[in-house]
Design a protein around this ligand. Structure first.
Ligand SMILES: O=C(CO)[C@H](O)[C@H](O)COP(=O)(O)O
Length: 226
């Protein structure tokens, strides 16, 4: 499911993006290995005196932030000034996310932030989007949503857990259906259709949300803005 860049590429992207964070900011903390490197770097800067609070997007990012020593608040307390998150596929500034099954909370936090910075390795960048779209569904709605996804031309597969028999259960207690649509020619239109399906909690198409893309390479970082 995940495309694999190197840790060095991911760390480079993450550490460059973290330079955009300054004292006083509320920072949305993304999920996944690349966003994890950003959390680690923010923790180092907190040790050095940076005064920030974080808003986690998942159980995983909350744990990593705690280990890094970043004080945490929730959306009840504050609105993020900036969010740093990873992606599974990037075409321009349109994204597919949800490889870590965290896309529902990620979309809430990322879209609340004034600036969304995406950090990734070069294997994530493509001309067009063709990665299966993760769709978080209410457990009872899984059969009907899967049928509707088929009607939309998709090929839905219930995501299985890797280390136990049975499906992946999200932090919100829901299931994830990964739906392949082949090459997605109109992501915004597909995003609207997916959002309208009863039982869909959230899908992993992020359209019009990312402000900046940081791609770590073997010898530096490519930084793109909208
Ligand atoms: O969307 C996500 C989690 O839901 C992640 O940001 C995405 O899967 C990228 O992860 P990684 O940096 O480990 O490749």
């Amino acid at each position: 499911m995940k495309r694999g860049g190197t840790d060095q590429q991911k760390r480079r992207a993450a550490e460059r993006a973290v330079t955009a964070v300054s004292s006083g900011m509320v920072v949305g903390l993304g999920t996944g290995s690349t966003a994890g490197f950003a959390i680690d770097k923010l923790g180092e800067r907190v040790d050095d005196g940076l005064e920030i609070t974080g808003i986690a997007t998942s159980y995983q990012s909350r744990q990593r932030a705690r280990e890094a020593g970043i004080p945490l608040v929730t959306l009840e307390d504050a609105t993020p000034d900036i969010a740093i998150d990873g992606a599974d596929q990037i075409a321009g500034t349109t994204l597919i996310k949800g490889g870590g099954a965290a896309h529902a909370r990620e979309k809430v936090v990322d879209s609340a932030a004034d600036r969304l910075l995406i950090v990734a390795d070069p294997t994530k960048e493509t001309e067009t989007l063709d990665h299966p779209v993760p769709v978080e569904v209410l457990p009872d709605a899984r059969p009907t949503v899967s049928r509707r996804l088929g009607d939309l031309g998709g090929e839905p597969t219930l995501r299985s857990a890797e280390r136990k028999d049975g499906p992946v259960v999200t932090d919100n207690g829901n299931l994830v259906v990964d739906c392949s649509f082949g090459e997605i020619e109109e992501p915004a239109a597909l995003a609207r259709q997916l959002s309208q399906l009863p039982g869909v909690v959230e899908h992993g198409l992020f359209v019009g949300l990312a402000d900046e893309i940081y791609i770590g390479t073997a010898d530096g970082v490519v930084h793109r803005t909208e």
